[in-house]
Design a protein around this ligand. Structure first.
Ligand code: AMP
Ligand code: GLY
Length: 432
């Protein structure tokens, strides 16, 4: 095969991990990352494109003979980057605008699941002009907790788990009044609270065939023991001992394959990564959410486990030939610990010098998120989540201790990280 030029869209830790893996492919020609970060700068060329301006992206692809565009974040997918570029004859790894509604509209995802008997929480929806009906619903409801969700993308801030009526009313008021939230709350979903342990299963899909790559557990809360505010994710590990092969087969048969068939039936064949956020309830796995992309930081612990050539895999997927692929996944464990700026997910300072990355052994991976390279070459903090440190082990315990040993060698002023990433998985192994 002739070498392929790739444009990777995004600039977080997820995209650094993807760039790292793509750059190892013998099939790769030039790799461009828009906008990228200091981590991706050593793997390809960072380019400053407006990723929301699809015409500009298409012109770049044309000028640079791009054969594949890989889209990291959800917003451009939900806005239709795939459709736009495909119309221009450019191949894209990522779902179409309408298929990405699985993440872009929670009521859309719920309606599909209801129609095709895919297990999820029971729910009801209200449109903005029916706000008084939503209030009435809450006034009459006496089963708590209750979950209220903004329909649209809300950067992780659109879900409220309410323990009582007052909290539910407060959530409704916020969804109405908060400037950032109200546009995503043109419709809301009110759903049953599911009890169990959460796990995310990632499948690569070519429109017809879906193949589970791996499953992982994220740590969404800022504090140890899953306390405190929600974040983008403070760490992850994969695979999670919570799921055995039988569970994965069951999830494939009851959730992933039926979803693929449902999307074909709806005329929206799903291509790209299907991220299934699941709750393992007493009645079996139920869908909490679908996302239309890799997770961050889940990507950072999954991509290193993919031994197959990632570029070849993505191309095979885009060409609709996944059923022929022999997926080669490492049997080891990967743990990723996010080092954040103190104050995140609220206010935090930037511009702190990062030291110690050069002291790490070669088997440790360091993926950049919020970093910045100064004119003098120093690496500085530039965001809430700064780095994700990833270590591998033959056991989960080994991967956790290797990762934390590395984290302790890296320093910046006011660095914060959770010390219990993977602990839930370890407890499960010990109890077995
Ligand atoms: P979502 O954006 O829909 O994944 O929701 C964010 C987080 O809220 C999930 O990861 C869960 O921890 C929690 N959550 C959402 N929906 C439910 C539910 N129906 N029952 C219990 N927890 C939920
Ligand atoms: N880590 C959660 C997400 O990527 O949505």
């Amino acid at each position: 095969m002739e070498s392929l030029n790739v444009l990777l869209i995004g600039g977080g830790g997820r995209e650094h991990a993807l760039a790292w893996s793509l750059s190892k492919s013998p099939l790769l020609g030039n790799l461009y990352i828009a906008p990228g970060n200091p981590g991706t700068a050593s793997l390809g060329e960072n380019v400053s494109l407006d990723i929301n301006d699809f015409e500009e992206v298409a012109e770049f692809c044309d000028a640079n003979d791009i054969q594949l565009v890989v889209v990291g974040p959800e917003q451009p997918l939900v806005d239709g980057i795939t459709d736009y570029l495909e119309d221009e004859g450019i191949k894209v790894f990522g779902p179409s605008k309408n298929a990405a509604q699985l993440e872009g509209s929670k009521s859309f995802a719920k309606a599909i699941m209801e129609e095709y008997d895919i297990p999820t929480a029971s729910y009801t929806t209200f449109n903005r002009h029916e706000w008084s009906l939503a209030e009435e619903y809450i006034n009459q409801n006496d089963i708590y907790p209750l979950v209220i969700k903004a329909d649209g993308l809300a950067a992780g801030k659109g879900v409220f788990v309410c323990d009582n009526r007052d909290e539910a009313m407060e959530a409704l008021t916020m969804m109405n009044d908060d400037v950032n939230l109200s546009s995503a709350s043109y419709r809301i979903v009110i759903e049953e609270f599911l009890t169990g342990e959460e796990v995310s299963v990632f499948a690569i899909c070519d429109g017809e065939t879906a193949r589970i790559i791996m499953h992982a557990q994220d740590h969404k809360r800022i504090g140890e023991g899953d306390k405190g505010l929600n974040t983008g994710g403070m760490g992850a590990y994969a695979p999670a001992p919570l799921l055995g092969q039988d569970d994965l087969n069951h999830i494939d048969e009851t959730i992933i394959k039926p979803m693929m068939a449902a999307m074909i039936e709806e005329g929206l064949p799903y291509k790209g990564i299907l991220y299934c956020g699941l709750m393992m309830t007493d009645q079996g796995p139920k869908v909490v959410e679908f996302n239309c992309r890799f997770g961050d930081p889940e990507c950072q612990v999954m991509v290193p486990a993919i031994k197959s050539d990632l570029l070849e895999l993505l191309m095979t997927c885009v060409n609709g030939k996944l059923s022929y692929v022999n997926l080669d996944i490492d049997t080891g464990f990967y743990t990723g610990v996010v080092m954040a700026s103190k104050g995140y997910p609220l206010v935090y300072e930037k511009g702190k010098k990062i030291d110690g990355i050069d002291k790490l052994s070669h088997d440790i991976l360091v993926f950049h998120s919020g970093t910045y390279r100064s004119d003098t070459g120093d690496l500085l903090t530039n965001g809430g989540r700064v780095l994700c440190i990833v270590g591998r082990g033959d056991t989960l315990g080994e991967s956790i201790s290797k990762t934390y040993a590395a984290v302790e060698k890296i320093s910046f002023e006011n660095a914060y990280y959770r010390r219990d990433i993977g602990a839930k998985g370890l407890r499960r192994i010990e109890q077995a």
